[in-house]
Design a protein around this ligand. Structure first.
Ligand SMILES: NC(=O)c1ccc[n+]([C@@H]2O[C@H](COP(=O)([O-])OP(=O)(O)OC[C@H]3O[C@@H](n4cnc5c(N)ncnc54)[C@H](O)[C@@H]3O)[C@@H](O)[C@H]2O)c1
Ligand SMILES: [Zn+2]
Length: 336
């Protein structure tokens, strides 16, 4: 297995990556934990052995897991199980599971240790690492949450074998993001090396800015439109698919603002399309809806805020006017 350290002082931890890595679970759990609450979803189908008394709690599938009422259910079940502060929660699944399990762990008894066993590509290269946890509201994705670093993360690449092909492809959208954040071409490497390279990039950014007061916002490259598309919801886009479209949008908006040229836009579209992911906004998307949703993004300080490429590299750009944003959305297939 490959171990990547996330250096966060007294919250530092390791990410263990490789085929069969879930066999390391008992060893990475806090020694004092006697009971382990395993949170998962039915289609995940990945069994883990915590090496101590464990009980499995199944949450609704997909994004439906990420609600406050699921958090309440989990906390009540933890209490009935007799889970104490020294024990641990283990999230086994994709980002939806690790987000809600991590958030429940953050708030149950004001915080119990959590270990993530990430079983999707998005989970392994992004969601399980970095300590952002949370749930959605009808008003928007991830609007309620907490920073709660895991005690360890396990990325068992064997679990990707059962992942539906569309989910795996969507993970490539997230991988494309890392390419623009400086991770070199990964195409010819074994999957565990690909995952590890992305994890190292994320670990490095998170370690330099745990609470997102600066550099960490760069990890949101492509995500402003992605979150709006996901919240608008009726397009049925997966997170990674939405990120792919979001990357193309970010490049086109940057061009419209004179920050990059057409070659850079082509690089974005070629990479995303190369993974067989959409590069256009689904038909039927209304510009006004998307702009409203993007204005609600957590990064927003004033006006519309985006993470954009430019002469100085990728950076947070506040105060973008609505007009070029709308024009770029139309150029990509949204309707006025
Ligand atoms: N906290 C963060 O930093 C962060 C980062 C990126 C994404 N996210 C969140 O992650 C979520 C998306 O995560 P995702 O893309 O992993 O999707 P997901 O967690 O919804 O999982 C996708 C589907 O695959 C199933 N599944 C998971 N593992 C499987 C396996 N090994 N075999 C078969 N089926 C399996 C799930 O049950 C689900 O049906 C979003 O809610 C997003 O907001 C969070
Ligand atoms: Zn993402």
């Amino acid at each position: 297995v490959i171990r990547v350290h996330v250096p966060l002082g007294d919250r530092a931890y390791d990410v263990v990556i490789g085929a069969g890595a879930r066999g390391e679970l008992a060893g990475v759990l806090p020694a004092a934990a006697e009971k382990v609450a395993v949170v998962t979803q039915e289609p995940v189908g990945v069994e883990v052995d915590a090496g101590r008394e464990q009980r499995v709690f199944v949450v609704p599938d997909g994004e439906a897991a990420k609600t406050l009422s699921v958090v309440e259910d989990l906390c009540r079940e933890f209490a009935r199980f007799g889970l104490r502060r020294v024990d641990a929660v283990v999230g086994v699944g994709g980002g939806a599971v690790t987000d809600v399990a991590g958030f429940a762990a953050a708030v149950y008894m004001r915080g119990v240790p959590v270990v993530h066993v990430a079983t999707t590509l998005v989970g392994q290269i992004d969601a399980a690492i970095g300590g952002k946890t949370g749930v959605d509201l009808p008003e928007g994705k991830n609007l309620v949450g907490a920073f709660w670093q895991p005690a360890a993360v396990i990325c068992d690449t064997d679990t990707l074998d059962t992942l539906p092909p569309r989910q795996l492809r969507a993970g490539m959208g997230e991988m494309a993001k890392y390419a623009f954040l400086g991770v070199p071409d990964l195409t010819d490497l074994p999957i565990d090396e690909q995952v590890a390279a992305c994890v190292r990039c994320k670990a490095d950014v998170v370690a330099s800015d745990e609470r997102e007061s600066g550099r960490r916002a760069l990890l949101n490259y492509g995500h402003t439109l992605a979150h709006a598309l996901e919240t608008a919801g009726h397009y049925d886009l997966l997170h990674g698919e939405a990120v792919g479209i979001g990357l193309c949008f970010a490049a086109r908006l940057a061009r419209r603002l004179g920050r990059v040229d057409g070659t850079r836009v082509e690089q974005h579209e070629r990479l995303v399309a190369g993974f067989d992911l959409p590069t256009r906004i689904p038909t039927g998307s209304a510009v006004a809806d998307l702009v409203t949703l993007m204005a609600r993004d957590k990064k927003v300080v004033h006006g519309l805020t985006f993470v954009l490429d430019g002469p100085a590299g990728i950076e947070v750009v506040p105060g973008v006017e609505a007009a070029p944003v709308a024009a770029t959305l139309v150029e990509m297939g949204a309707t006025l």
